[in-house]
Structure formats: C-alpha cells, structure tokens
Design a protein around this ligand. Structure first.
Ligand code: AMP
Ligand code: GLY
Length: 474
C-alpha cells in the first residue's frame, strides 16, 4: 500500500473529522501530522506527530512543515484563521508542500464588507440591502446616529448588525432577537464599531441552509445540503454561536428545500466562482472556497455569508458519509481532476455538547447548571463504547477540550461533537442524542431541538408560507 504523509491543520471537531476521514483510508497507508490549537485526545491518538501551536501562527506552522518536507506529501486546513492569515501563500513560498485551502486573497470571509461588495457585483439579486459604516470616516456620534436611524427607517427597522471582521457569527445582532428598538441596535452597533467597519443590512425572513463545495481550482463539486443551528438556545433563541448542531437528509436535499432552490444556490455560487476565477491563478481557489450560508426567502435564496473553509459542524454531517476514499479525493483536488464525489444515501445529525459558559447559558439558565460538576473532567468512555458498538453509526469528535495529566477538560468553546448516521433524520437524531447523553462531566449542555421533527416541520411550513407569498406577488 502506498504511504502518504498528510498535514492537517486542525481546530475543533471539523479538523478531527478530517483526520478521522484520512485515517480511515483503505487505499493509502496514511501518516498524519497534526498542528492543533490544543492537545486533542483523538487527533493526538491518530497522528504520527501532533504539535500544539496555540494561535495557529502561520510562521510556526510553516517552520514545522519545512522541517518535515521529506515526510509530508500535502496538507489540508480546517479552521479559517490560518487561511485568512495566508498559510497557503507562506507554505508555497517556503516549502514544496501543496495545501488544500484557498490563498489569502480568496479567503473572502476575512472581511464581510468585501464579501458584500463582491456579491453586489457578481450576484446583486442574492445580496440583501446593506450599508457600510466606517469608523475612520465617522467624526461625530450625533451625526452617525442620525445616519444609522435614517437607514433603519428606510429598512422599516428590520435590520441586522454585522462586524466586518469574522467573529464566528457571534458579533451579529438581529432586530427582534437581540434588540427591540433603535437605541439598543445603536448600542450594539457602537460596541462593534470600536473594532472596525460595521454593516447594517436588511433582515431577511426565511429558512437557512448551508451550501458547501470542494474545489480543485477549476471544478466545483457540490456537497449535500445541511441545516445548521446557529442560535444558542432552543426555538432559535439566544445569541448566535459557531453552530450548536446540524442535520443532513437522506439525499442531497433538505426537507424544506426543493430541487429548484438548490439549483438556484448552485447558479449563484457558480457566478461568484466564475468572477473570482478571472482574478485567480490556476489553482488558487482549491479547497472549500464556498461554504455559503443561504437564507431562502419569498424572493429566492440570499447569501448571509461566505467562508473559504468547511462549515463546523456542517462538514461533520458530510465526511462520514463519503463513499470514496477521502485521501483519494484530496489527491484529485491537488491534481485538478475532481469532478464527482459519491455519498452513502443516509441521513446524519451532528450535536455539540458545550460548557455552561458557552452562548451565555449559565447567565440565562443558572438553575440548570450543576455547579459542582463544572470542574469535573470529561469522561467519553461510554460514548466511545457506543461508537464501537454501533460500528461507527455514532461518532464522537472531541473539539475544544484539552488533555492534561491524562484527564480531559473542556475549554471555553464547543467541547465535543457527536455525529450519528441513520436511514432517516429521526433515526440519526435518536442515535446522536444517545451519544450526547453518554458523555459525562464538565456540566456540558446541548440544544435538544436539533433535527427534532417539530423544528423541521416548522421550517417546512415556514417555507410553504414564503412560497405562497411569492406566488401571490408574481
Ligand atoms: P452570519 O455570521 O452572517 O452567518 O450571521 C449569523 C446568523 O445571523 C445567521 O445564521 C442568521 O441566523 C442571522 N443573520 C445574519 N444575517 C441576517 C440577515 N440579513 N437576515 C436575517 N438573519 C440574518
Ligand atoms: N456553522 C457555522 C460555521 O461554520 O461558521
């Protein structure tokens, strides 16, 4: 069997799922070199070498790889920070190791303003109405307030405030959810304006879906659709998070989407891709240049944001269901001949278990937090046994946790993801929560309505209402 050395730059369950997919290769003997933000128990077990670079600093990662050039054949990058900081560019300059991720100038999530301006050019009808406020151009608070209030009046107050720089969805505030009057919105706006430009855009009414695709530079291969749960609490309440869980249907569609919706999404992404390719050198876009969050409105799909990396948790729904050898897919990406990916016809549900400090849970639900449990180490033994017993139908991916003195402690972000596979979404969901409930310690909690039939039914009826509205206005 051919030996292959693979670098994985990892953070969170997304990186772990990539390591797992590469480790499961049946066509190659994979030797995995991991650069991680912390000592992850699963990644360090599956790797031949596992190093911690806390800030995923580009120079340090490049130095690590440069010293192992004869062992590493290629690399893949999970989190956005090193992509935005130009890891691919640095790696190509200093080493001969090809990376699967776009170059810095195509890491378009680096600036939400740049994104909106790009979409305004390439796909204006998929862009909500927006206005950019630049702190360097703002002289006077009163005048700014007048401008913001005037724009809010134009939008009928239904507005979303977004910082320019990525904040894993967390700096985003939505009218009706995070503020109920102009003053509250303005306070949120000012708090973000201290850090740079801020967008105020039209609040859209619709159902969200996550489009992901893998690209070899020339071809975009679409992955099945998934639905993320961005809000911290049940019924889509509370602050935005990195994503509390996600689901995928049996085929590539979601229960509330129609084939035409998906085709429209693809047409939108392809238009952006075509425009970006005009500016790109041969393979600069290779990787996952389009993880695009869509919202399906009565006026068709609109883009909420775009990322040049895989979605977390959304990619967890996908990687375990790929029929082809993932390492082989990586080679096709590098060779520029990826035209198709085959999937098992199964549903999957991913659920994150997170610490009490995450998403403001502890402040909101003090009575539910078992204080005496907060500092207890995590115990994944029962969950891992379930993984073995179900032969991988339940998978456990430790994320923001750290192995210290052979004990596992949650850090501040999402702690452990459980992904389950089933013949239906309901079956996958039941297994996922079996896994979630088998994780002990740390007073971790989860959103319990992820992929619940009532939530899905709500999405279907909401979408039906929006479609009727569309027909009414045609
Ligand atoms: P983002 O980081 O831009 O994806 O925003 C995080 C979350 O805020 C999204 O998943 C939506 O739930 C919500 N959101 C963002 N932009 C809008 C918008 N224009 N209209 C309605 N909701 C939005
Ligand atoms: N699930 C949201 C993200 O990956 O940004």
């Amino acid at each position: 069997m051919e030996k292959v050395g693979v670098l994985v730059v990892s953070y969170g369950a997304r990186g772990v799922a990539m390591i797992d997919a590469i480790h499961r290769s049946l066509e190659y003997e994979t030797k995995i070199y991991v650069v991680d933000r912390q000592r992850n128990p699963l990644s360090s077990r599956l790797a031949v070498e596992h190093v911690v670079v806390e800030d995923l600093n580009v120079n340090e990662i490049t130095r690590f790889v440069a010293r192992r050039q004869n062992k590493i054949d290629f690399g893949i990058v999970g989190p956005e920070k090193p992509i935005i900081s130009g890891l691919r560019d640095a790696m190509e300059k200093e080493t001969s190791i090809p990376l699967i991720c776009p170059t810095k100038r195509f890491a378009i999530e680096g600036s939400k303003v740049t994104q909106r301006n790009l979409f305004a050019q390439s796909v204006p009808s998929a862009n909500p109405r927006y206005r950019v406020f630049d702190p360097t151009e703002i002289k006077n608070r009163e005048k700014t307030k007048q401008k913001v209030y005037a724009w809010l009046t134009e939008l009928g107050n239904k507005a979303v405030v977004k910082p320019d720089a990525p904040a894993a969805g967390k700096g985003v505030g939505v009218w009706g959810d995070h503020f109920n009057n102009k003053k509250e919105l303005f306070d949120h706006f000012l708090a973000n304006l201290r850090f740079g430009k801020v967008i105020i855009e039209e609040k859209l009414d619709g159902e969200e879906s996550s489009f992901q695709s893998i690209c070899d530079g020339k071809n975009l291969v679409r992955l099945p659709e998934t639905r993320d749960y961005k809000r911290a609490f049940e019924d889509d309440k509370g602050p935005n998070t990195g994503g509390m869980g996600s689901y995928k249907g049996v085929d590539e569609l979601l229960p509330f989407l129609k084939r035409e919706d998906q085709e429209e999404e693809l047409a939108i992404v392809n238009r952006i891709f075509k425009d970006l390719r005009k500016k790109a050198d041969a393979n600069e876009l290779r990787g996952v240049p389009f993880y695009t969050a869509f919202i399906h409105t009565s006026d068709g799909p609109k883009i909420l944001e775009n990322n040049s990396r895989a979605g977390d948790p959304e990619i967890l729904n996908i990687l375990p269901l790929i029929k082809d050898d993932f390492t082989n897919i990586c080679y096709k990406v590098l060779e520029g001949n990826l035209t198709r990916i085959n999937f098992h016809k199964k549903a999957s549900v991913a659920v994150y278990k997170v610490p009490p400090s995450y998403g403001g849970y502890q402040e909101t639900y003090r009575e539910k937090v078992a204080i005496e449990e907060i500092n207890t180490p995590l115990n994944l033994k029962r969950a891992d046994l379930l993984e073995n017993r179900t032969r991988g139908k339940i998978r456990v991916f430790p994320a923001s946790v750290e192995l210290r003195d052979r004990r596992l402690y949650p850090l501040t972000s999402r702690s452990v993801a459980v992904v389950a596979i089933g013949d239906t979404i309901a079956q996958a969901r039941e297994l996922a929560f079996e896994g979630v409930d088998a994780i002990e310690g740390g007073a971790l909690w989860s959103r319990r309505d992820i992929a619940h039939k009532n939530h899905i039914h709500g999405s279907v009826t909401h979408m039906d209402r929006l479609r009727r509205k569309k027909i009414g206005s045609d």
